[in-house]
Design a binder for this molecule. Structure first.
Ligand code: C5P
Length: 224
């Protein structure tokens, strides 16, 4: 899955054209969606790929449910929301998209937060415990998809079993720069630890030959 972390529809279009044969899912995040709105989703769909709308919803139940239903009606395959929005918001949102082709993915604790920041926002830590607690909350509300770091895959599989779809960013093939990511893993490590879908941005976008870099990652996943 490739994040289209770019500021305009034209820049996104260039990446879609360049990589549509290699990448099954394109991720539209806050930056591109703020710039281009549903046209970005339509552009992804036009390429034949699936669309991951990474808006990380966190609001009252009615607002989250209506936003999710609208995303589902636009054909979005994956949509993120914060598990910390609470059990009612999660359950209402899950109900709102029932019967559609959209899969909700819950974010537990952002990978940018550490124990002290978690404490500062008033959430009981440490991070590893909060991740499992919030993931369980999402699963109990009927949300069977989670965004997590590669290192959280094994504990989450132990806590929740094989069913949840685990979507993992922070992927770095051996030898590539970690950039601003803290807890990185190689594609093979992530898959071995239980990841189902990998989000890979800069290792592909910053490569001299992005299509080749994408193919190498797909090959590494297949080997693992
Ligand atoms: O370039 P890179 O491979 O680090 O991109 C990772 C993508 O995954 C970015 O779009 C980032 O916003 C997203 N992401 C993340 N960590 C999370 C959730 C999403 O890196 N916990």
């Amino acid at each position: 899955m490739l994040p289209l972390d770019v500021p305009s529809l034209s820049a996104a279009s260039e990446w879609i054209e360049r990589l549509k044969g290699e990448v099954g899912v394109f991720k539209v995040g806050l930056e591109l969606f703020t710039a281009a709105g549903p046209a970005a989703l339509a552009r992804v769909h036009q390429s034949g790929a699936d669309c991951f709308l990474d808006l990380k919803l966190h609001d009252i139940p009615k607002t989250m449910a209506c936003a999710a239903r609208t995303a589902a009606d636009l054909g979005v395959r994956y949509l993120t929301l914060h598990a910390s929005a609470g059990p009612r918001a999660l359950a209402t949102t899950a109900e709102a998209i029932r019967g559609t082709n959209t899969q909700l993915l819950a974010v537990s604790v952002l990978t940018s937060l550490d124990d002290s920041e978690l404490d500062a926002v008033g959430l009981a830590g440490p991070v590893a415990e909060a991740v499992t607690r919030l993931a369980r909350l999402a699963a109990d509300a009927g949300i069977q998809g989670l965004v997590c770091s590669a290192r959280e895959c094994e504990p989450l599989r132990q806590a929740l079993g094989p069913e949840p779809l685990l979507v993992v960013p922070g992927i770095r093939p051996t030898g590539s720069a970690p950039d601003d990511q803290r807890r990185v893993a190689t594609p093979a490590e992530a898959v071995t630890w239980g990841a189902d879908l990998l989000v890979v941005g800069r290792p592909i976008r910053d490569a001299d030959d992005p299509a080749r870099a994408a193919r190498a990652i797909v090959h590494e996943i297949a080997q693992a």
